[in-house]
Design a protein around this ligand. Structure first.
Ligand code: MFK
Ligand code: FAD
Length: 496
């Protein structure tokens, strides 16, 4: 019998995760741990189940059926098993609801759930992120009618009443530059607003609601003239006829996530706030979905490293397991160190978000959150690709073979840097946050490094902060010069 290589085994994603468990030991009270651990353990079980299921079956993509046999427009999307299980998992384990509980650790506890659920969910976390963002933006708007109408559905703990929300921003003319939005909002004779236009990427098209940017008819050009609208997509269990799904995108990765091109032809809509400054109103949503992005990117890194580490104990080369080769062990250790830094930054943002939302933060921490959110998103987006690529190499040729389930990690990771604002757009967003944020970051760094033993590391951080200060002091510089340096600065600060 020829030699047969053992496949990598995925350790229990919660029970074996030293980094997550140690964070929770430091931050979550013993009283809260029991309930939290029950959900995390169950989500870890689900992740194991999903990993084994993937190994046993051919992966599926969602299928759009536009017309039925009798010529009726139906726009029906057939989803994968994990997606059909999404509402049950989300509500049973409070993946969304936990983040909106009334205590400062709420976001941290919810994002621990997101971290464990993400890969098993097959990017069902994408519309979940947008739903969480919609709940947050509606709450921030103070629009009592819409809050009462939608938020209980978004945060429901019952799959029968649970709704997903989309985030309809990107159009053919601009995804980064949403000021080029062409979708128009018209008020009809009955006083009902209706949207007309085309949204070019819609990843929650199976959802029941969305927040959409549109230009009220007659409003001026540019970003400030855009308004934010709340829409519903279903009427008595059927998709509304004013919403047509043109096609599903054929994507590099995130294959199970149905991302659609859609047309709006008079879809009823309700203004979230004033009929202008829609980007300002959607900003709370952006900052929440960017935090989800960071946590999910870190989850991809954790999965890739867990599999590579296990494989290193099973694969022999030159007379001993890979893990006993110093260079391979060093490669894995380097990956783990980078992952732990990214994990710390992302969960710091998650924790800060909850503390700021509940008035439990120190005075400087709102500005710190504003700066760290884009930094965490842009840094983890890039690092996920690098670490997933490195992990595939740890499997040699097997890492390049589809039915190992490994190449998908790399394909999926590429999206983190693109959606929710590209690396450049987020570097520019970090510039927006640096004004107040740099002082807040200095304050925070002093606390984080107070007991740090590695003086060289602390010195490197202060050097980066000084560089950022000098950069900002160049007020006389042309704006173009500042922008050209924004990415380098953001990546340096994030890594530190
Ligand atoms: C599984 C992982 C989970 C993740 C799921 C993700 C699913 C994917 C869904 C998507 O990709 S949805 C589409 C996401 N699209 C973007 O993220 C758009 C990227 N472009 C930007 O972020 C631009 O910077 C932006 C459109 C927001 C603004 O550009 P502009 O046109 O130059 O506007 P401007 O004047 O800079 O900002 C308008 C206002 O918003 C300003 O406030 P004021 O009106 O008070 O002056 C800004 O300060 C404010 N603002 C912008 N970004 C903000 C913000 N405020 C707070 N936080 C921010 N991040
Ligand atoms: P562009 O804006 O054309 O960017 C092209 C390049 O130019 C990028 O490298 C960018 O960094 C760079 N660039 C742009 N502006 C600047 C600048 N000022 N300075 C320097 N560089 C700049 N959108 C939604 O609204 N809802 C969704 O549900 C959704 N789902 C998505 C799902 C997937 C799988 C993907 C891939 C995208 C999705 N998007 C969604 C769209 C996504 O948010 C946009 O693709 C993204 O914001 C980039 O916009 P764009 O594609 O128009 O690229």
């Amino acid at each position: 019998m020829a030699f047969l290589q053992d496949a990598p085994q995925l350790p229990h994603p919660f029970r074996s995760d030293r980094v997550l468990r140690s964070l929770l030991d430091r931050t979550v009270s013993a009283e809260r741990r029991a309930a939290l651990d029950a959900d995390l353990d169950a989500l870890g079980d689900y992740a194991l189940h999903a990993w084994h299921r993937t190994g046993e079956s051919v992966r599926h993509k969602p299928v759009l059926t536009t017309w039925d046999a009798w010529g009726r427009r139906v726009d029906r999307i057939e989803l994968t098993d994990a997606w059909r299980e999404g509402p049950g998992n989300t509500t049973r384990h409070a993946v969304l609801a936990a983040g909106h509980e009334a205590h400062p650790d709420a976001r941290l506890e919810a994002f621990a759930r997101v971290y464990l659920y993400h890969l098993a969910s097959e990017f069902y976390t994408c519309p979940l992120a947008m739903t969480d963002g919609a709940a947050t933006a509606l709450k921030a708007s103070g629009n009592a009618a819409l809050i009462e109408r939608a938020v209980p559905h978004f945060l429901s703990r019952d799959p029968a009443t649970f709704w997903l929300s989309g985030q309809w921003m990107t159009e053919t003319a601009g995804g980064s530059d949403v000021g080029r939005t062409e979708t128009v909002a018209r008020c009809d004779d009955s006083g009902q607003w209706r949207l007309y236009g085309r949204k070019w990427f819609s990843s929650a098209v199976v959802g029941e609601a969305a927040l959409a940017l549109a230009r009220p008819e007659g409003a001026g050009r540019g970003t400030g003239a855009l308004a934010l609208f709340y829409v519903e997509t279903m009427d008595s269990g059927r998709r509304r006829p004013e919403l047509a799904i043109d096609r599903l995108k054929d994507k590099l990765g995130t294959h199970e996530l149905p991302t659609a091109e859609i047309h709006l032809d008079g879809l009823p809509a309700w203004p979230v706030g004033e009929l202008a400054n829609g980007v300002r109103q959607v900003a709370p949503m952006l900052n929440v979905t960017r935090t989800w992005n960071a946590i999910c990117a870190v989850a991809s890194m954790a999965r890739a490293i867990a599999l590579a580490r296990d494989y290193a104990t099973r694969r022999l080369a030159f007379g001993r397991p890979l893990i006993e080769h110093p260079l391979h062990a060093q490669t894995l250790a380097g990956m783990q160190a980078e992952f732990e830094g990214a994990f710390a930054l992302s969960f710091e943002v998650a924790h800060l978000l909850g503390r700021v939302e509940h008035g439990a933060a120190d005075p400087h921490e709102a500005a710190l959150l504003r700066l760290l959110t884009p930094l965490a998103k842009l840094w983890t987006g890039k690092l996920a690709v690098k670490l997933c690529s490195e992990a595939l190499e740890c499997f040699g040729g097997a890492g390049y073979i589809e039915d190992t389930g490994l190449p998908q990690l790399l394909r999926d990771a590429q999206v983190y840097a693109i959606w929710e604002g590209t690396t450049n757009v987020l570097s520019l967003d970090a510039l927006r946050g640096l004004g107040d944020g740099l002082h807040a970051l200095r304050h925070a760094v002093a606390g984080w490094t107070r007991d740090a033993g590695d003086r060289a590391c602390v010195q490197a951080i202060h050097t980066a902060l000084d560089t950022a200060s000098a950069f900002l002091d160049r007020q006389g510089d042309h704006r173009d010069t500042l922008e050209a340096g924004a990415r380098g600065l953001a990546l340096t600060l994030a890594r530190c």
